[in-house]
Design a protein around this ligand. Structure first.
Ligand code: F6P
Length: 346
């Protein structure tokens, strides 16, 4: 067999570990060839690919980013996108594709397979950890670690200056990074897209800390958190999947906290630092397990499936199930954070 691989959407630590696992198992166990498509769905659309071998994937396990590069190209935005992909597969002799991505990339993969019969296996990836069907995606653990380190650093300077420090982290639709880094870093307020932000409650929680003798506070906010009129976007432009570029909610909240409480407040936006650099050991292992399961699925021609983490085990689930709905933070998931604030929500 000849298997193609692509990485689409926002990059994340662990992508190279998946690619390496696919190539190693494919080469050492199955004798299948692997080619890598460049720049997400642009590669299959334009037939832009290169051979992936043991030699060309050596040493990439600990490297962040993706040697295949990535993009937010959407084949369904082109009238002849599906035909172009079919033609590339034919010309390159590709028997099936492993698409590594999040909701958008796998949404395309699901449609290409379900509606057009193109043989595809998906692999779940996103630092946001919001993909359905799996309990966890790789990249999330690394992002949480980076955000936790940032909170630890903010703590010491917040304390020295008696300041409120707001940290804006990624999380377009789901607040998993904010929730987990906030709990791990001991944040005083955690704001996520799943719950509308109640600034009265936020300010009261901070005032209550002052009354208890703590004159600094850390507020972690996911970029997709909603104040009153939808998430804060930078500019009006959207990508090919219709997503706006988010950012600015931390700054707005910081200014409001300072105005309402009178406490000096500063905001830090962590941004792409969360997505870059070397994956944690956990992410390397999860990515490798997904990669091995994906090439096993391709070898068995289990097209239209995706390896998922369930109860600690890797299982194949239907791609359709994985993209049917996002996995967001429930009230039960948030309960731990609520329990630490010491101020009942109205
Ligand atoms: O991949 C998910 C994500 O990191 C989101 O958390 C964030 O909103 C988005 O990507 C940022 O995308 P870009 O790198 O295109 O600015």
């Amino acid at each position: 067999m000849r298997i193609g691989v692509l990485t689409g959407g926002g990059d994340c630590p662990g992508l190279n570990a998946v690619i390496r696992a696919i190539v190693r198992k494919s080469t050492l166990h199955y004798g299948h060839d692997v080619i890598g498509f460049r720049d997400g769905w642009r590669g299959p659309l334009e037939g832009d690919a290169f051979e992936l071998t043991l030699a060309s994937t050596r040493g990439i396990l600990p490297r962040g980013g993706t040697i295949l590069r990535s993009s937010r190209t959407n084949p369904f935005k082109r009238a002849d996108g599906v035909d172009q992909i079919r033609a590339s597969f034919e010309r390159l002799g590709v028997d099936g594709l492993i698409a590594i991505g999040g909701e958008d990339t796998l949404g395309v993969a699901n449609r290409l397979h379900g509606e057009h019969g193109i043989p595809i296996v998906g692999v779940p990836k996103t630092i946001d950890n919001d993909l359905g069907g799996t309990e966890m995606t790789f990249g999330f653990d690394t992002a949480v670690q980076v955000a936790t380190d940032a909170i630890d650093r903010l703590h010491t300077t917040a304390e020295s200056h008696n300041r409120v420090l707001v940290l804006e982290v990624m999380g377009r639709h789901a607040g998993w990074i904010a929730l987990h880094s906030g709990i791990a870093g001991g944040a005083d307020v955690i704001l996520i897209p799943e719950r509308p932000v109640d600034l009265d409650h936020v300010c009261e929680a901070i005032r209550a800390r002052h009354r208890r003798g703590s004159f600094f506070s850390i507020v972690v906010v996911a970029e997709g958190a909603v104040l009153d009129d939808g998430p804060e976007a930078i500019g009006a432009q959207t990508d090919e999947f219709g997503h706006a570029r988010l950012g600015g909610v931390g700054d707005r909240i910081g200014r409001e906290i300072e105005r309402r409480t009178g406490y000096e407040t500063r905001t830090t936006v962590l941004g792409h630092i969360q997505r870059g650099g070397t994956p944690t050991a956990f992410d390397r292992v999860l990515a490798t397990r997904f990669g091995v399961a994906a090439i096993d699925a391709a070898d068995a021609r289990r097209w239209g499936t995706m390896p998922a983490l369930r109860g600690g085990r890797i299982e194949l689930v239907d791609l359709a199930e994985a993209v049917a709905s996002l996995r967001t933070v429930s009230e039960a998931d948030y309960h731990v954070a609520d329990s630490l604030i010491g101020l009942p929500r109205a």
